[in-house]
Design a protein around this ligand. Structure first.
Ligand code: PLP
Length: 400
């Protein structure tokens, strides 16, 4: 038999050729390697609520251990519909408008695969949550980025340019992804900003795919507005959410989409072929999670407000310029004062020499020059973790 030289790269799909590994997940591995305090990846290092864990244990003991209905266990879908009505004042048909997936991550890719054709474009605000660009590409679409600009003053807000956003919309635009409250910036989109996006979606016949996974983590009296509640948007919005952040169970991998019936049908098919279903006992526990009292959500937000206000003064003190987050549990910071060549060099130094892992700002942008003066801290951590990071960060020196 003639021997053919194996060229491993020739086996690979062109789709993944330009993907790099997730920098966020890589930073967690770096933190473990260097024994650093991990303020990179957005997962809590404190326990999940006891009632929810108990519900999961009971579900397994009660033998809810086989496949749930592909698009989600009925009790869980009913709980999602009930809470969507309560929180958003949106009536949802749990039989025809909800798909439960393996985390909001799978929900996003299932949604994009369900709605995108080759040549379509998807508008994405940048800095963005790392998965959106690759998700768009995997679904055959082209991501088109619109910049969120950092505030000029520390108390200001991240903003976008209305003209730049309009210029991103045209006849090939299929969808816009809106993540509010936003990772990594902590921006909470205002009603007038959402209305502006709404007007463009209607004018260009575009879908809004909203990632609302941080909807309950809000500060300073800001209010979460769900795109689907805006007039004219219910029928063109796919609202994505999940258990990960609200109930501190990022490892459970349970998320969902709320969408009009025809779109739900398509998402359900993709989801079925990708994963068949999300973990059955954890959907049962998810129904218990969604039944938590109102006080749970107030305490959740207040807990994160305290953590934010514990970390940011330390960052200010040692020389970072912080952009105050209004929601989610991250703070973007400007690192210019430290005199490093770029965010990657600074991040390496921070994890190896100072012992704190963060995420370089450029990993949230298409062009590495954007974000090259920024790093992101996650503050979804115990006080002890934040204090240990503070102690190490105080060793940082600003060049004269
Ligand atoms: C904006 C955003 N969406 C989605 C996810 C992932 O969510 P899930 O755990 O539900 O897949 C994250 C996690 O950090 C996130 O920040």
């Amino acid at each position: 038999m003639a021997e053919t030289a194996i060229r491993p790269k020739s086996f690979l799909s062109g789709r993944v050729a330009h993907f790099t590994e997730s920098v966020i997940r890589e930073m967690t591995r770096q933190a473990m390697l260097h024994g650093a305090v991990n303020l990179s990846q957005g997962f809590p290092d404190f326990p999940a609520p006891a009632e929810i864990k108990r519900a999961a244990q009971e579900a397994i003991a009660a033998d809810i251990n086989q496949y749930a209905i592909t698009w989600g266990a009925k009790t869980f879908r009913d709980a999602i519909a009930r809470q969507t009505q309560l929180w958003q004042d949106i009536q949802v048909d749990s039989e025809r408008e909800i798909t439960v997936c393996c985390g909001s991550t799978e929900t996003m890719i299932s949604t994009l695969l369900a709605v995108c054709n080759a040549g379509d474009e998807v508008v994405i605000f940048e800095p963005f949550y790392e998965n959106y660009g690759p998700d768009a590409i995997l679904s055959g679409a082209k991501p088109r980025f619109v910049k969120l600009r950092p505030p000029a003053t520390s108390g200001g807000e991240w903003t976008f340019d209305e003209h730049e956003l309009r210029a991103a919309f045209h006849h090939q635009t299929k969808a816009i992804i809106v993540n509010t409250p936003n990772n990594p910036t902590g921006k909470v989109f205002t009603r007038s900003e959402l209305e502006l996006i709404r007007d463009l979606c209607v004018e260009f016949n575009v879908l809004a795919i909203t990632d609302e996974i941080y909807e309950h983590i809000l500060y300073d009296g800001t209010q979460h507005i769900s795109m689907a509640t805006l007039e004219g948007m219910r029928e063109r919005t796919i609202t994505i959410n999940g258990l990960s952040k609200t109930y501190s169970v990022t490892g459970w991998r349970v998320g969902w989409a709320v969408a009009p019936p025809a779109i739900t049908d398509a998402i359900r098919k993709v989801h079925d072929f990708l994963t068949v279903g999300a973990p059955a006992p954890l959907q049962q526990a998810g129904a218990a999670a969604l039944a938590m009292p109102a006080s749970y959500y107030q305490e959740l937000a207040e807990g994160y407000r305290k953590r934010r206000d514990r970390l940011i003064p330390v960052l200010d003190e040692v020389g970072f310029r912080c952009f105050q987050p209004r929601g989610a549990y991250y703070v973007m910071t400007d690192i210019s004062a430290f005199g490093f060549e770029n965010d990657l060099e600074f991040t390496k130094y921070l994890v190896k020499d100072i012992g704190v892992a963060v995420v370089p700002g450029s990993s949230f942008s298409k062009d590495a020059r954007d974000g090259a003066r920024q790093v992101r801290f996650a503050f979804c951590k115990r006080d002890e973790t934040l204090d240990a990071a503070a102690e190490r960060l105080r060793r940082l020196r600003i060049p004269k």
